[in-house]
Design a protein around this ligand. Structure first.
Ligand code: 6R9
Length: 645
């Protein structure tokens, strides 16, 4: 599938929220305008008041200390995000409310109330302490979508251990790299996970990663499936044994507001994935406020975000933001098409999901599978829909709105990034009409601009680079172990402002349409992948001399991975083996969709690969543009005649 995705144009008809939705909305148009204006002219007052809605063990001295590009929020304050997510809810009388309703792919169902979740988290916190984990240590999590993932994150947060969650789809070597980079002595994993009816052997991967990560000392192993993974004496302990042996008494550690809460690795345009560092207080306040306002949460909602906890969306909008608001969260372990494409709609109907937050790539898959699947289910419990991960094309937006939302649910298209920690742009559901394909207005405290590479403003309606001009509470603080990379990557490209790689334009109403990455980062099914990572995986194979990777439009995945490969002398092409190799090195999500075995790459005289031309070849387009800077323009004709494999 290489169909071109239709992108948002200026003339999409706005879709107003239904009047009854708007009448009950947590934020009205006027409230948004007042709150936003205050967040711009009095940020310290605005954020101080918001933060005071949560519990602080000790008050802050200053709301913001901005030594550009380093921010500290709620300086000197002490708090604990797990305390705010759990103990505070129980104290507010919400102990019996459902915190997590979990459904396994195989049909298992477990429910935790806030009181039950708190008890589990306290035991897990003590279990970690019993392993010798202390505040400031990094703990790596490599887990399926099971409640223990949230419990483990919150347990780390409770004792001040910094969690590093690695997506369960990542390979052994990607896991080992992250364990080693974070210098993490403890890994929490599971025996296996259900995915499309088969068992994914997480513990086997964890064992293999441990062999490549000498820093690792201990493993806690959740028994999700059959519990028959081999356990290494002295190193591995079953989670259930460790929790049973641990006390259920634990006081949350009063942590400095800037204490590192987690590291989350994400791809950039160069080098290895970066460990994005988020801290405690600012991230807590940012996810708390955005969850309440964007998802319009009410007491009786059952909120479902279909992301994986291995990504930022899972951190901010499955675990922290919803629990900080006392929400009931649905969590699902498995694939959207198991046993068939109606699984999400079956879950929605049976559990009565009211707010659904998913990704454009999933929506496009549902569209292709056909309207019959949602039609088999009663989706009338839904009242609000959300989208995240990549630009949503208007056609998919309208389908989501009409077929899933029955035409009555607002759709919030939310733009943000691992680095931003919380939602930055969206159209608040009861406050403004939405424009299909357009994220919309800035969230509180967010000061966006569309600029040129030199930092000059671009007129409304024209494309440019999306930057943020002021610090915000949930912004990343640094790159783990490499602050210089933080400064250079995010604040050095366009001096004085935050830039993380997206192109966008703004219309006359101030709505911002994010058009996608302008750097060498691909967005494949909503997952970020650096082309350089895939290239270095490919050149790591004995048969490959050189590789260049680009994206091509893909009807379902948004972008597909296309690799141009030059072979070493004497080697023959084996595209299937190269795909397996990329899966082994990074994970199946990075596997190339098409491979071109080339005899040369289009390079400038200074040796720089001109990816622009490779993108044209990959998309099956005519070569266009100035080829005179190429050392050997005939390379392009030969490439265009090369079959993709
Ligand atoms: C939350 C998340 C971030 C990149 C980002 C952009 C793309 C995410 C989007 C969107 C257009 C949206 N992106 N949401 N583009 N509209 N609503 O996805 O974080 O994995 O770090 O990816 O995803 O390109 O720069 P992350």
């Amino acid at each position: 599938m290489t169909g071109k995705i239709e992108h948002a144009s200026h003339d999409e008809a706005p879709v107003a929220p239904p009047t009854d939705f708007a009448a009950r909305a947590n934020v009205t148009e006027q409230q948004y305008r007042d709150m936003y204006a205050r967040s711009m002219h009095d940020p310290e007052g605005f954020w101080g008041d918001t933060a005071r809605e949560l519990h602080w063990h000790a008050p802050w001295d200053r709301v913001l200390d901005w030594q550009s590009p380093h921010a500290q929020w709620f300086v000197g304050g002490r708090t604990n995000i797990a305390y705010n997510a759990l103990d505070r809810q129980v104290q507010r009388g919400l102990g019996d409310r459902r915190a997590i309703v979990w459904e396994g792919e195989n049909g298992d169902i477990r429910t935790y109330t806030y009181a039950e979740l708190l008890e589990q988290v306290k035991r897990a916190a003590n279990a970690l302490l019993n392993l010798g984990v202390v505040s400031g240590d990094r703990v790596t999590l490599y887990l399926p979508m099971i409640p223990e993932a949230a419990i483990a994150m919150l347990a780390c947060a409770r004792i001040g251990a910094t969690h590093s969650v690695v997506f369960g789809g990542f390979s052994v070597s990607a896991l080992a790299d992250r364990i080693q980079n974070a210098q993490s002595r403890v890994l929490i994993t599971a025996d296996a996970s259900y995915r499309r009816g088969t068992l994914v052997p997480l513990k086997g991967n964890a064992d293999a990663a441990a062999a490549q990560a000498p820093v690792l000392e201990r493993m806690l192993v959740v028994c999700r499936a059959d519990c028959d993974a081999p356990m290494q004496e002295g190193r591995d302990t079953y989670w259930h044994d460790a929790l049973a042996a641990a006390s259920s008494d634990h006081d949350a550690a009063p942590l400095d507001s800037e204490h590192p809460l987690f590291v989350l690795y994400t791809s950039g345009s160069t080098g290895k994935p970066k460990g994005v560092v988020h801290t405690t207080g600012g991230y807590m306040v940012g996810t708390y406020l955005t969850t309440r306002t964007v998802f319009d949460l009410k007491e009786d909602d059952l909120y479902w975000c279909t992301a994986d906890v291995g990504w930022i969306t899972g951190h901010s909008y499955i675990v922290y933001g919803p629990l900080l608001n006392g929400a009931s969260v649905l969590m699902y372990e498995g694939a959207p098409n198991h046993p068939d494409w109606a699984r999400f709609w079956d879950i929605t109907e049976r559990h009565g999901v009211t707010v659904l937050y998913t990704a454009p790539t999933a929506i496009r898959s549902f569209m292709r599978a056909g309207d019959d699947f949602p039609a088999r289910h009663d989706l009338s419990s839904l009242r609000l829909l959300g989208s995240v991960g990549e630009p949503i094309n208007p056609e998919a937006w309208r389908w989501y709105h009409r077929v899933i939302g029955g035409g009555r649910c607002p759709v919030v298209d939310t733009w943000w990034q691992t680095e931003t920690g919380s939602i930055m742009l969206t159209t608040l559901p009861g406050a403004f009409p939405a424009k299909p394909g357009t994220a919309g207005l800035p969230m509180f405290g967010v000061d966006p601009a569309i600029v040129t590479r030199e930092g000059d403003d671009v007129p409304d309606g024209e494309g440019g680079l999306l930057v943020i001009r002021k610090p915000w509470p949930s912004m990343l603080r640094t790159v783990y172990g490499d602050d210089e990379r933080y400064v250079r990557t995010y604040w050095g490209e366009i001096p004085g402002v935050y830039f993380a790689g997206d192109g966008a334009r703004r219309d006359a109403d101030g709505y911002i349409t994010v058009m996608g990455r302008v750097d060498d980062v691909l967005n494949v099914s909503g997952h970020r992948l650096g082309t350089s990572e895939i290239e270095s995986a490919l050149v790591g194979h004995a048969s490959v001399a050189e590789a260049a990777v680009v994206g091509r439009p893909d009807e379902v995945k948004g972008e597909g991975v296309v690799a141009f490969v030059l072979l070493q002398n004497g080697h023959t092409a084996d595209p299937a083996e190269l795909r397996r190799h990329v899966s082994r090195v990074i994970g199946a999500l990075a596997r190339p969709d098409a491979i071109y075995i080339a005899d040369a790459l289009p390079k400038t005289r200074s040796g720089k690969i001109m990816r622009r031309f490779l993108r044209q070849v990959a998309a099956g387009q005519e070569i266009s543009g100035d080829t005179s800077t190429l050392e050997d323009p005939s390379v392009l004709d030969r490439l265009a005649a090369t079959p993709a494999q």
